[in-house]
Design a protein around this ligand. Structure first.
Ligand SMILES: Nc1ncnc2c1ncn2[C@@H]1O[C@H](COP(=O)(O)OP(=O)(O)OP(=O)(O)O)[C@@H](O)[C@H]1O
Ligand SMILES: [Mg+2]
Length: 360
């Protein structure tokens, strides 16, 4: 019996995308379908290259074709991705940036910069186009964490305006106030100067087509945060906490801040950093030295997603201190934890974008 396009599409319409709860055909995810009687070929277009569901979708498609079309036909499946956005990408502020993620916390020192750097790199490694802004004007740490202490961005004149070309790090576009000031010089700015510096490193930069722009924020919910929320159309905030009650209490304030009517930034979820310790000689053990389950409970209380737990590890700290981020490793407990975080964050964004109108 001859294979028909209708048969194939019928089979693929039985496969549901678990995030969007709709079938792949209705979602328009099946592209470039070609077939003959002994070979079916198509591409599944994902909404993020960091999609954790690739293997499942591929297996489900193969099973559906085997059951409903033919169990002898050869099936070739490719993947591509087109990251969605809710932004009008032609807007004046940050044209060419599809999704803006801020990494925030109530309390200082809980790991925002560590999460920002490694989340951005994990997204980059998934195949996405990524930028990273160190928005901690008073205490920039991204240059150290990436080993870019002596990097200096160049200036390019565009339409008579000076634009900053971000520093390139393995293909990731990076900007920090640390690139513009002398090393070790303390930053002593009054509020308006700080906000204008912040504005400069965000809007006067030549960002090139980005799927995700990650912003590492200073702690708390002050001036800088308010300026940012008003200046930049943030897709969503990732709130970092550690398991201790003192950190959780401040994380509560951070979430409440984003949910204020006047701020109104969607919270993508809570990530709990330094959750557990796994001794290298006991890889199956997890010691919850600072307490267990606080981040998850906090997420539940505010009805926002829980994005996961990150281990406390000497390698993570050293990676930050010596400019060798952990997310560049492969198959370690910590690098896998960041990979998973990147997938969850990208998934949350895709789902959030899909619930509203999508302009890709
Ligand atoms: N999971 C972890 N395991 C081990 N060390 C960590 C972990 N997360 C962060 N650290 C270390 O803790 C210190 C503080 O982390 P980081 O600078 O990322 O926090 P922060 O929230 O950005 O701080 P600040 O509020 O000052 O900006 C750093 O030395 C970092 O390397
Ligand atoms: Mg920091």
């Amino acid at each position: 019996m001859r294979i028909t396009e209708q048969q194939i599409l019928h089979a693929l319409s039985q496969v549901e995308d678990p995030d969007f709860k709709k079938d792949l055909v209705s979602l328009g995810m099946i592209k470039d379908l070609t077939f003959s009687d002994d070979n079916i070929k198509f591409t599944i277009e994902l909404t993020t290259p960091a999609c954790p569901m690739k293997e499942k979708l591929e297996n489900d498609c193969r099973n559906a074709i085997a059951q409903l079309v033919s169990n002898v036909v050869k099936v070739d499946i490719d993947f591509s991705s087109r990251v969605t956005t809710l932004r009008d990408v032609k807007s004046d502020i940050l044209p060419s940036v599809k999704n803006i993620i801020t990494v925030a916390s109530g309390k200082g020192g809980v790991g925002k910069s560590t999460v920002s750097v490694n989340l951005a790199l994990a997204l980059l490694r998934s195949g996405a186009r990524v930028g990273l802004i160190d928005a901690d004007i008073y205490g920039p740490s991204v240059p150290t964490m990436l080993g870019l202490q002596s990097a200096r961005p160049t200036i390019q004149k565009i339409d008579d305006k000076n634009k900053i070309v971000p520093v390139d790090y393995l293909g990731m576009q990076v900007m920090s106030i640390g690139f513009l000031i002398q090393d070790k010089q303390p930053v002593a700015w009054r509020g308006p100067m700080a906000t204008s510096a912040l504005r400069q490193i965000i809007t006067d930069v030549l960002w090139e087509d980005l799927d995700y722009l990650v912003l590492d924020l200073p702690p708390g919910t002050g001036d800088i945060h308010l300026t940012l929320a008003q200046l930049v159309p943030v897709t969503g905030a990732v709130v970092v906490t550690t398991p201790q009650e003192v950190a959780l209490a401040d994380a509560r304030k951070a979430i409440a801040f984003y949910q204020l009517e006047s701020v109104h930034v969607p919270v993508l979820g809570v990530v709990e950093n330094m959750s557990y310790f796994t001794p290298p000689e006991l890889p199956d053990k997890k010691y919850y030295i600072f307490g267990k389950g606080g981040g998850r409970l906090l997420a539940q209380q505010f009805e926002v997603p829980f994005l996961g737990e990150l281990p406390i590890e000497q390698d993570i700290r050293e990676g930050g201190d010596f400019g060798k981020p952990i997310a560049l490793q492969t198959s370690t407990v910590a690098s896998k934890a960041f990979e998973q975080l990147a997938q969850t964050v990208a998934q949350q964004i895709a789902v959030q974008n899909a619930t509203l109108e999508v302009k890709a």
